[in-house]
Design a protein around this ligand. Sequence first.
Ligand code: SF4
Length: 401
Amino acid sequence: MEQTYFRRGFGLKSAIEGALATDYHSRVVDAVRAHGYVLTVGDVTFKLAREFGFCYGVDRAVEYAYETRTKFPGRRLFLVGEIIHNPHVNAKLRDMGVECLHRPEGGEFDFGSVTPNDVVILPAFGVTAQDLNRLQTIGCVLVDTTCGSVLNVWKRVESYARDGFTALIHGKYYHEETKATASQVSKYSGGKYLVVRDMAEARLVCGYIESGGDAADVVRQFADKLSPGFDPERDLARLGVANQTTMLSNESLAIAAEVRSSMAKRYGEGALSEHFRNFDTICSATQDRQDAVNKLIAEPLHVMVVIGGYNSSNTTHLAAMCQERVPTYHIEDAACIDPVAGSISFRPVGAHEETRKKAWLPEGPITVGVTAGASTPNNKVGETLERIAATRGVSLGAVLG
Ligand code: SF4
């Protein structure tokens, strides 16, 4: 019988190395790293964060997708959603004949066109338990690139459900990773989850824990963010906290502390272990990138440029951190910088639409900080530096020899 589930690579790295280098490598980034992450050309000094760009989970997922194309050359290849949240990488996969399956807003993925002869790639942030079941029922080949750090969160959430704790997930309820994580509670009868976006939402939950209130109102306020049949009186009595791997780590820690404190107020410190559990599930790659950007913005900078998909959770958090200290431009791609027009198209922190600004670089000698989310390839970072330099009428050519 043909093996239909793969999650450990196909051992084809040497066959795909060339394509990966062509599609994602950057000589500019290598050169800046070799210069100690600082580079001056003309009156522009670039400072790169010490950690940026592809994380270990994304590296693995992208490699695995390329290996899959090589392993199954004649088969139709599908991808559930996006492999990662980067338009350039997803476009490259489409060019290789990988067809993305989309989920309509508020709906389910349509697997109607997938047959047992097809190969389906599961993305780095995983798929819901229900979608995995549906695909297994079809009998197609599944190539699972779910990141190990996401699997760790799932294990934690499963253990909460197994032990009768509701999983309180700090995350974005509409994000694929959080949907997949929340769905893991369904593996245990009576398993429950609730997703909180930020401290304000966590406080709503904490208020109910401490003093009760209108249960129907809680259910209404978290309408799309909790499991079916959620009963606040019953399901907020025992909570296990977990987080989407790419949230702001400080906020996640503060939310866990807040829930702990509310449980202690309601049930007493002595009974805390029966009502509260916590495990920090921010992944180390996210933490490293947030730590590196904190160090970078502590230095004097005129502007900060953050590169990554507008729907990339870790990128938007990096941009939000930077915005607190430095004028920050979150761009989705290097092409957002137009050296001829001297403009930049970016999404302001907290906004939903892209906007365009001319004369965005201050006059005189400037220092530009640059970082990129975990799903941004190096060539997009290098191209961004080239376009910023070109905006000031200088070239990185000399640096590259
Ligand atoms: S951001 Fe973290 S959890 Fe997500 S793919 Fe990268 S390493 Fe894995």
